[in-house]
Design a protein around this ligand. Structure first.
Ligand code: PGA
Length: 239
């Protein structure tokens, strides 16, 4: 059976390494017994090396980054490349989150370059979009792989994240989310898993999977609250 993907986007939290280890270890404990969910933890870059060294024995827990650059190496101060992430044992990378589009002024063009670089490196990018116009052109045209192989492209995941629902406690209704998921699917020329993100919690989580038909979820706030996160996973385990 295909696992439900749950992505925990810690954003710029917690403030200390001690806090990150605590949250990570509690999350790992809570996952025991959960069989049909794969959890991807996306901490800030600085915590990735230490968390990567303790993750290995948990097949259903993976590490993700919250961003990456499009070049492999060179004079790009402050940037982290997909190759560096891959070498660290990171499997996933969030790309084009609306907070980066807003605060770092990331454009569709930059996001496209990041997406391709991550796919080339064998990472699984989670491309965040808030509407269908943000789907890259090459994913809409039949037979257009834009220099990528079909195999490289098969790692791509899309996350539908309406801005009005992010961090607001105002989740998108299940009906509306379902309609948008169907519209996104119709635009794509390939079969790509689609996640929902935006004010997901233990109460609304099952609806997005069972009723709206998403392949998984992207959680921000609820991934930092360990009780809420466990409850979310437990509820999903029953789907
Ligand atoms: P939220 O964040 O769950 O806190 O709304 C989701 C996100 O930003 O991906």
């Amino acid at each position: 059976m295909k696992k439900i993907l749950v992505v925990a986007n810690w954003k710029c939290n917690p403030a200390t390494l001690k806090g990150a280890k605590l949250l990570f270890n509690s999350t790992k404990k809570g996952i025991k017994g959960i069989k049909n969910v794969e959890v991807v933890i996306c901490p800030p870059f600085v915590y990735l090396p230490i968390l990567s060294s303790v993750i290995s024995h948990q097949p259903l827990v993976k590490l993700g980054a919250q961003d990456c650059f499009w070049q492999e190496k060179g004079a790009f101060t402050g940037e982290i490349s997909p190759a560096m992430l891959k070498n660290l044992g990171v499997d996933y990378v969030i790309i084009g989150h609306s907070e980066r589009r807003k605060y770092q002024k990331e454009t569709d063009e930059m996001i496209n370059k990041k997406l391709k670089a991550a796919l080339k490196q064998g990472l699984k990018p989670i491309l965040c979009i808030e509407n269908v116009s943000q789907i890259p052109k090459f994913l809409k045209k039949r037979g257009d792989f834009s220099g990528l192989t079909e195999k490289e492209l098969s790692s791509l995941i899309i996350a539908y994240e309406p801005i009005s629902a992010i961090g607001t406690n105002k989740p998108c209704s299940i009906d509306k989310a379902k309609k948008i998921r169907i519209t996104i699917e119709e635009k794509l020329n390939k079969n790509i898993p689609i996640l929902y993100g935006g004010s997901v919690n233990s109460e609304n989580t099952v609806g997005y999977i069972r009723e709206a038909g998403f392949s998984g979820l992207l959680l921000g706030g609820a991934s930092l609250n360990i009780q809420e996160f466990f409850q979310t996973l437990k509820n999903l385990n029953l789907v």
